[in-house]
Design a binder for this molecule. Structure first.
Ligand code: HAM
Length: 420
């Protein structure tokens, strides 16, 4: 029996890999524009990190983690998201002590969640995320949102909707927490088992429940916006004002609570078109308590993450095609035994000179070699046969217009470099 790829995962075949490279290059380019630096962390971490960082009551920790024991009996987990790892690294490497603050960081890499696979929901997916640690300036909230929008727009997406909310500071959250308990407690028996557990521990999670989202008490639940204290309201007003002045439109949604526990103050999502329905392309928010929760000094933070999988779906729905596959500068066609011996040497010279070049390895006849040159989108074909070897020249055919030149071997790299 042949072995199949695990459910919820996929291969990126060479014909699609260029799209990923283009997306990743754009992410790096935009991060450079905004002065965010890459931080690479391991793909697995101590399970504790996510239990404490993402939160014990979240679906991610309760149902979705790939957790295992290694041979040394350590509890490890394949990272389900990037923020907890970035904060762990920030604390462990004492990045809070660096003179350059805030630390503006980004990452691109695979994340793992045991979810029910469907379009845009994979068990291994690739996140591009940014985190800014060390500043509680509302303009950095606006910056991080602007960065994500710039990235999507650079790739050609137009149909984007920014949704914004504030969860307030711990005092506001606590007041809202009490109000939610009072609201749900009398009827909690009508809710799912998960919600019953959430009631005392983390009632905000009830608002995010997939099973009970149609329960009438959901629509009338107390809204966080009504519980923001003056400082939280003021902070949120500043963020909204800066976004407004930057010309960034948004919708306010007081039910946007996000699925991870570390958030406070600003939370946001960007929605896009996907197979007719609107889906969340990206999510993020402020997490001022996370650094201290993970053993560092009291430090504010904010960030977002988006997946390349959902971005690709949105690009498809909007009919945006990324640049086509790269082509070859030249393909060497060899006719006859002597030419076949010369071809690898010539090819090597071309490559050393910086030309993207290839040749046949399948003993194809001349016609077959030209066909392979076409498949490789070669701009030029360099033909060598007995006569050409004798004269130390090659026939160079321009594949775009069919024109041909005879070029001395010694002049070949200069000729091709000039024409390419
Ligand atoms: P999240 O909302 O769990 O937040 O995920 C962020 C994004 O990752 C989603 O909007 C979506 O694009 C993508 N995503 C999540 N799960 C899947 C999946 N199973 N398959 C495909 N794509 C998926 C976080 O992960 C936070 N760490 C974001 C953040 C960074 N907050 C502050 N800093």
């Amino acid at each position: 029996m042949t072995i199949q790829i695990p459910r919820g995962t996929y291969d990126v075949l060479p014909e699609d890999a260029f799209k990923w490279q283009k997306i990743e290059a754009t992410a790096r380019e935009v991060c450079a524009l905004f002065n965010y630096k890459e931080l690479r962390t391991p793909i697995f971490e101590s399970t504790d990190l996510f239990q404490r960082g993402v939160g014990d009551t979240t679906d991610i920790v309760q149902k979705e983690m790939y957790t295992f024991k290694d041979r040394g009996d350590r509890e490890l987990t394949l990272r389900p998201e990037g923020t907890a790892s970035i904060v762990r690294s920030y604390v462990e490497n004492k990045l809070y002590g660096q003179p350059s603050q805030p630390q503006k960081l980004y990452y691109i890499g695979p994340m793992f969640r045991y979810e029910r696979p469907q379009a845009g929901r994979n068990r291994q997916f690739t996140q591009f995320g940014c985190e800014a640690l060390g500043s509680a300036d509302p303009s950095i909230d606006a910056e991080i949102i602007a960065l994500a929008l710039t990235f999507y727009r650079k790739l050609g997406l137009k149909n984007l909707k920014l949704v914004l909310n504030s969860l307030g500071d711990p005092e506001s959250r606590e007041a809202h927490h009490e109000a939610l308990i009072a609201h749900f407690k009398p009827s909690i028996g009508e809710f799912c088992e998960d919600c019953q557990k959430r009631l005392e521990k983390n009632p905000l999670r009830i608002l995010d429940c997939k099973a009970d989202h149609n329960h009438p008490l959901m629509a009338t639940a107390p809204s966080i916006i009504d519980y923001l204290n003056d400082a939280s309201r003021d902070y949120f007003s500043k963020v909204k004002a800066i976004l407004g002045e930057m010309g960034i439109e948004y919708d306010l949604d007081p039910t946007l609570v996000r699925g991870l526990d570390y958030y406070n103050h600003t939370t946001f999502e960007i929605m896009g078109a996907s197979q007719g329905a609107i889906t969340t392309l990206m999510g993020g928010g402020r997490y001022n308590g996370l650094v201290s929760e993970l053993g560092g000094p009291e430090t504010p933070g904010i960030g977002f993450a988006l997946s390349i999988e959902r971005l690709l779906l949105a690009l498809e729905v909007e009919g945006v095609s990324l640049d086509s596959e790269p082509s070859l500068d030249c393909f060497v066609v060899a006719i006859g035994e002597k030419a076949e011996q010369k071809a690898p040497v010539l090819l090597n010279q071309l490559r050393q000179a910086g030309l993207q070049a290839d040749k046949d390895y399948m003993e194809r006849k001349v016609k077959g070699q030209f066909k392979q040159a076409d498949r490789d989108k070669a701009k030029f074909v360099v033909v060598i046969g007995d006569e050409e070897l004798e004269a130390q020249k090659a026939v160079v055919k321009n594949m775009a217009d069919g024109s041909q030149d005879e070029v001395a071997f010694a002049a070949l790299t200069d000729y091709l470099k000039e024409k390419n």
